[in-house]
Design a protein around this ligand. Sequence first.
Ligand SMILES: Cc1cc2nc3c(=O)[nH]c(=O)nc-3n(C[C@H](O)[C@H](O)[C@H](O)COP(=O)(O)O)c2cc1C
Length: 278
Amino acid sequence: MTGVNARAFADRFGVTSDNPAFDSLPPELARILARRTHRAYAERPVPQDLIEALLAVSLSASSKSDFQQASVVIVNDRSLRADIARHFPAMPWIGESPRFLVFCGDSLRLEKLGALRGHHQSNRNLEGFLNASVDAALTMQAFVLAAEMAGLGCCPISVIRNKMPQMAQLLGLPDGVFPVAGLCVGYPAGDGHISMRLPMSVTVHHDRYDDSELTSEIEAYDTRREAVHPTEPDRQRNQARFGIASSYGWSEDKARQAADPEGAAFAKYILDVGFDMS
Ligand SMILES: Cc1cc2nc3c(=O)[nH]c(=O)nc-3n(C[C@H](O)[C@H](O)[C@H](O)COP(=O)(O)O)c2cc1C
């Protein structure tokens, strides 16, 4: 298999594909296969009109039941941005990117529609939370793809959920409106790199879920990934707890990361603002 899409597939997954459909797909899809997160940005400003045009595109994403439960906060106030960034010194790109948006799940608006029409109903159960989260995530991803097609680079920022009371206060988020992620946006300062994905044999199932080959697939993936982007020993995660492994790869890195779970503070906040997850 040749062609730009097949080459992009190989870069994305670290293996080649014999799928003939790649030859008939528009070459523009190679840009999605080759997409990457950017955390360093050029000085070049990103006009407000462009942000709003990209938001129009992203708000065209599909929406559960047409409930339209995404809300987006564009953070333009520099001192507000500095106040947000101050909470996350390990991620300086939060304060440095030319633009910063916050994509929120908005469970409140549907409750207000109920009050407006006299059909009072809480929307703070698990279904309401998930629907609003999914709408916000789809909207953010549509924004990222649209922005990348316009030459911009983005970095989603879920770490803001770790400081919810502070973020809600700074952004004026009422109970029932919660961030799924912030988003740094700017023209990329460099090329960045493609983050190799798990093979489709792991993530795509045919008729029935089957992970019987997972261990060997993961070993092979770790090897492929390390061959392209080796992890230097001093970059191994959380050495104080886990030491330095002689053989390190994505699976070890992600297992170490997950052993220090995030999210407890967000869960507490969500329960505190009235979601019951029933
Ligand atoms: C919901 C979500 C939240 C993320 N949060 C952060 C974050 O807080 N900080 C960060 O630097 N990157 C964050 N990322 C970026 C991921 O680390 C990145 O997408 C991943 O490493 C894969 O790289 P790629 O997008 O270049 O393929 C987030 C991505 C997503 C989808």
